[in-house]
Design a protein around this ligand. Structure first.
Ligand code: E4P
Length: 217
Protein backbone atom coordinates (compact mmCIF):
# COMPACT_ATOMS: atom_id res chain seq x y z
CA UNK A 1 0.00 0.00 0.00
CA UNK A 2 1.29 3.44 -0.93
CA UNK A 3 1.04 6.42 1.43
CA UNK A 4 0.49 9.89 0.03
CA UNK A 5 0.48 12.91 2.35
CA UNK A 6 -2.62 15.06 1.88
CA UNK A 7 -1.27 18.53 2.59
CA UNK A 8 0.43 21.56 1.04
CA UNK A 9 2.31 22.31 4.25
CA UNK A 10 5.98 21.95 3.29
CA UNK A 11 7.28 21.43 6.82
CA UNK A 12 4.75 18.64 7.44
CA UNK A 13 5.72 16.95 4.17
CA UNK A 14 9.43 17.25 5.04
CA UNK A 15 8.87 15.79 8.51
CA UNK A 16 6.92 12.78 7.28
CA UNK A 17 9.30 12.26 4.35
CA UNK A 18 12.08 11.64 6.92
CA UNK A 19 10.34 8.38 7.89
CA UNK A 20 11.00 7.10 4.37
CA UNK A 21 7.35 6.10 4.12
CA UNK A 22 6.04 8.81 1.80
CA UNK A 23 5.23 7.66 -1.72
CA UNK A 24 3.59 10.87 -2.93
CA UNK A 25 1.67 14.02 -2.06
CA UNK A 26 -1.82 15.30 -2.85
CA UNK A 27 -2.84 18.94 -2.73
CA UNK A 28 -6.07 20.72 -3.54
CA UNK A 29 -7.08 24.41 -3.70
CA UNK A 30 -8.31 24.38 -0.08
CA UNK A 31 -5.02 22.92 1.17
CA UNK A 32 -3.10 25.54 -0.85
CA UNK A 33 -5.26 28.25 0.75
CA UNK A 34 -4.59 26.83 4.24
CA UNK A 35 -0.82 26.69 3.68
CA UNK A 36 -0.92 30.30 2.47
CA UNK A 37 1.92 30.02 -0.06
CA UNK A 38 2.17 30.51 -3.82
CA UNK A 39 0.65 27.50 -5.60
CA UNK A 40 3.23 26.99 -8.36
CA UNK A 41 6.18 27.53 -5.99
CA UNK A 42 4.66 25.07 -3.53
CA UNK A 43 4.26 22.35 -6.15
CA UNK A 44 7.82 23.00 -7.40
CA UNK A 45 9.18 22.72 -3.85
CA UNK A 46 7.25 19.54 -3.04
CA UNK A 47 8.59 17.94 -6.23
CA UNK A 48 12.15 18.57 -5.08
CA UNK A 49 11.42 16.76 -1.79
CA UNK A 50 9.32 13.84 -3.05
CA UNK A 51 10.19 11.56 -5.95
CA UNK A 52 6.72 10.03 -6.24
CA UNK A 53 3.52 11.48 -7.70
CA UNK A 54 2.58 15.01 -6.56
CA UNK A 55 -1.00 15.99 -7.38
CA UNK A 56 -1.71 19.58 -8.40
CA UNK A 57 -5.29 20.53 -9.19
CA UNK A 58 -6.56 22.63 -12.08
CA UNK A 59 -8.98 25.39 -11.14
CA UNK A 60 -10.68 26.09 -14.49
CA UNK A 61 -13.98 24.35 -15.14
CA UNK A 62 -14.01 24.27 -18.96
CA UNK A 63 -12.11 21.72 -21.03
CA UNK A 64 -9.95 24.15 -23.04
CA UNK A 65 -8.69 26.08 -20.00
CA UNK A 66 -8.28 22.94 -17.89
CA UNK A 67 -6.05 21.54 -20.62
CA UNK A 68 -3.89 24.68 -20.73
CA UNK A 69 -3.62 24.74 -16.93
CA UNK A 70 -2.86 21.02 -16.82
CA UNK A 71 -0.11 21.30 -19.42
CA UNK A 72 1.43 24.24 -17.52
CA UNK A 73 1.38 22.37 -14.20
CA UNK A 74 2.78 19.22 -15.84
CA UNK A 75 5.84 21.20 -16.96
CA UNK A 76 6.83 21.91 -13.34
CA UNK A 77 8.34 18.44 -12.86
CA UNK A 78 8.09 14.92 -14.22
CA UNK A 79 6.32 13.64 -11.11
CA UNK A 80 3.46 16.17 -11.24
CA UNK A 81 0.04 14.53 -11.52
CA UNK A 82 -2.74 16.72 -12.85
CA UNK A 83 -5.80 16.63 -10.65
CA UNK A 84 -9.12 17.22 -12.41
CA UNK A 85 -12.65 17.16 -10.96
CA UNK A 86 -15.08 14.45 -11.95
CA UNK A 87 -17.13 16.53 -14.39
CA UNK A 88 -17.69 16.08 -18.13
CA UNK A 89 -14.96 18.62 -18.87
CA UNK A 90 -12.71 17.09 -16.23
CA UNK A 91 -13.04 13.63 -17.75
CA UNK A 92 -12.40 15.06 -21.25
CA UNK A 93 -9.28 16.72 -19.87
CA UNK A 94 -8.25 13.47 -18.20
CA UNK A 95 -8.50 11.62 -21.53
CA UNK A 96 -6.57 14.31 -23.43
CA UNK A 97 -3.76 14.62 -20.88
CA UNK A 98 -3.50 10.85 -20.36
CA UNK A 99 -3.23 10.37 -24.14
CA UNK A 100 -0.31 12.84 -24.07
CA UNK A 101 1.41 10.70 -21.42
CA UNK A 102 0.64 12.95 -18.45
CA UNK A 103 -0.49 11.32 -15.20
CA UNK A 104 -4.00 12.39 -14.11
CA UNK A 105 -5.77 12.06 -10.76
CA UNK A 106 -9.55 12.35 -11.07
CA UNK A 107 -10.84 13.86 -7.85
CA UNK A 108 -14.20 14.38 -6.13
CA UNK A 109 -15.42 10.87 -6.95
CA UNK A 110 -18.48 9.79 -4.99
CA UNK A 111 -19.93 6.88 -6.99
CA UNK A 112 -18.81 3.69 -8.78
CA UNK A 113 -20.34 5.03 -12.01
CA UNK A 114 -18.02 8.06 -11.84
CA UNK A 115 -15.05 5.78 -11.19
CA UNK A 116 -15.83 3.77 -14.35
CA UNK A 117 -15.64 7.00 -16.38
CA UNK A 118 -12.24 7.87 -14.91
CA UNK A 119 -10.94 4.37 -15.66
CA UNK A 120 -12.14 4.57 -19.26
CA UNK A 121 -10.55 8.02 -19.62
CA UNK A 122 -7.16 6.55 -18.71
CA UNK A 123 -6.74 8.17 -15.29
CA UNK A 124 -3.64 7.14 -13.38
CA UNK A 125 -5.55 7.62 -10.10
CA UNK A 126 -9.18 7.87 -9.02
CA UNK A 127 -9.83 9.68 -5.73
CA UNK A 128 -13.02 8.55 -3.99
CA UNK A 129 -13.70 10.70 -0.89
CA UNK A 130 -14.59 8.31 1.94
CA UNK A 131 -14.81 10.82 4.81
CA UNK A 132 -17.19 13.15 3.01
CA UNK A 133 -19.50 10.21 2.19
CA UNK A 134 -19.39 9.04 5.82
CA UNK A 135 -20.24 12.62 6.84
CA UNK A 136 -23.58 12.40 5.03
CA UNK A 137 -24.37 8.96 6.42
CA UNK A 138 -23.22 6.98 3.38
CA UNK A 139 -20.71 4.12 3.28
CA UNK A 140 -17.42 5.62 2.11
CA UNK A 141 -15.43 2.42 2.45
CA UNK A 142 -18.18 0.48 0.66
CA UNK A 143 -17.51 2.69 -2.36
CA UNK A 144 -13.80 1.78 -2.24
CA UNK A 145 -14.67 -1.93 -2.26
CA UNK A 146 -16.99 -1.47 -5.24
CA UNK A 147 -14.42 0.46 -7.27
CA UNK A 148 -11.59 -1.99 -6.51
CA UNK A 149 -13.75 -4.88 -7.67
CA UNK A 150 -14.95 -3.07 -10.83
CA UNK A 151 -11.40 -2.09 -11.82
CA UNK A 152 -10.26 -5.70 -11.25
CA UNK A 153 -13.03 -6.96 -13.56
CA UNK A 154 -11.67 -4.90 -16.44
CA UNK A 155 -7.98 -4.75 -15.57
CA UNK A 156 -8.16 -0.94 -15.52
CA UNK A 157 -4.64 0.27 -14.68
CA UNK A 158 -6.14 3.21 -12.72
CA UNK A 159 -5.02 3.09 -9.07
CA UNK A 160 -7.61 3.60 -6.34
CA UNK A 161 -6.40 6.51 -4.22
CA UNK A 162 -8.49 6.55 -1.05
CA UNK A 163 -9.06 10.22 -0.19
CA UNK A 164 -10.81 12.27 2.49
CA UNK A 165 -9.29 9.94 5.07
CA UNK A 166 -10.17 10.86 8.65
CA UNK A 167 -8.83 8.03 10.81
CA UNK A 168 -6.35 5.19 11.08
CA UNK A 169 -9.34 2.83 10.76
CA UNK A 170 -9.94 4.24 7.27
CA UNK A 171 -6.33 3.35 6.39
CA UNK A 172 -6.69 -0.19 7.77
CA UNK A 173 -10.04 -0.75 6.05
CA UNK A 174 -8.62 0.49 2.73
CA UNK A 175 -5.67 -1.90 3.13
CA UNK A 176 -8.02 -4.85 3.80
CA UNK A 177 -9.86 -4.07 0.57
CA UNK A 178 -6.56 -3.82 -1.30
CA UNK A 179 -6.75 -0.19 -2.46
CA UNK A 180 -3.40 0.79 -3.97
CA UNK A 181 -3.00 4.18 -2.26
CA UNK A 182 -4.30 6.17 0.68
CA UNK A 183 -3.78 9.88 0.95
CA UNK A 184 -4.10 11.05 4.53
CA UNK A 185 -3.47 14.23 6.48
CA UNK A 186 -0.17 14.16 8.45
CA UNK A 187 -2.09 13.82 11.73
CA UNK A 188 -3.64 10.50 10.65
CA UNK A 189 -0.32 9.19 9.28
CA UNK A 190 1.43 9.93 12.61
CA UNK A 191 -1.42 8.22 14.49
CA UNK A 192 -0.64 5.00 12.60
CA UNK A 193 2.49 4.62 14.74
CA UNK A 194 0.64 4.91 18.03
CA UNK A 195 -0.52 2.28 20.49
CA UNK A 196 -0.60 2.79 24.29
CA UNK A 197 0.81 -0.71 24.90
CA UNK A 198 3.85 0.17 22.75
CA UNK A 199 4.60 3.17 25.01
CA UNK A 200 4.02 1.20 28.22
CA UNK A 201 6.06 -1.76 26.98
CA UNK A 202 8.97 0.41 25.90
CA UNK A 203 9.06 2.26 29.21
CA UNK A 204 9.20 -1.02 31.10
CA UNK A 205 11.94 -2.47 28.85
CA UNK A 206 14.07 0.66 29.26
CA UNK A 207 13.63 0.69 33.05
CA UNK A 208 14.78 -2.94 33.25
CA UNK A 209 17.68 -2.23 30.86
CA UNK A 210 18.86 0.59 33.16
CA UNK A 211 18.91 -1.88 36.06
CA UNK A 212 21.37 -4.12 34.19
CA UNK A 213 23.92 -1.25 34.16
CA UNK A 214 24.95 -2.25 30.63
CA UNK A 215 25.39 -0.19 27.47
CA UNK A 216 25.32 -1.28 23.83
CA UNK A 217 27.78 1.40 22.69
C1 E4P B 1 -7.77 14.36 -1.86
O1 E4P B 1 -6.95 14.43 -2.73
C2 E4P B 1 -8.31 15.52 -1.16
O2 E4P B 1 -7.31 16.50 -1.15
C3 E4P B 1 -8.66 15.26 0.28
O3 E4P B 1 -8.42 13.92 0.65
C4 E4P B 1 -9.98 15.79 0.71
O4 E4P B 1 -10.16 15.51 2.07
P1 E4P B 1 -11.21 16.27 2.99
O5 E4P B 1 -12.56 15.70 2.73
O6 E4P B 1 -10.75 15.99 4.38
O7 E4P B 1 -11.14 17.72 2.63
Amino acid sequence: MKFFVDTADLSEIRKFAETGLVDGVTTNPSLIMQAGNDFLDTVREICTMIEGPVSAEVTATDFETMLVEGRKLAKIAENVVIKVPLTVDGIRTCKALSDEGTMVNVTLCFSPAQAILAGKAGASFISPFVGRLDDIGQDGMGLIAEIVSIYDNYDFPTEVLVASVRSTQHVVDAAKIGAEVVTAPPKVLWQLFKHPLTDIGLESFLNDWKKTGQSIL
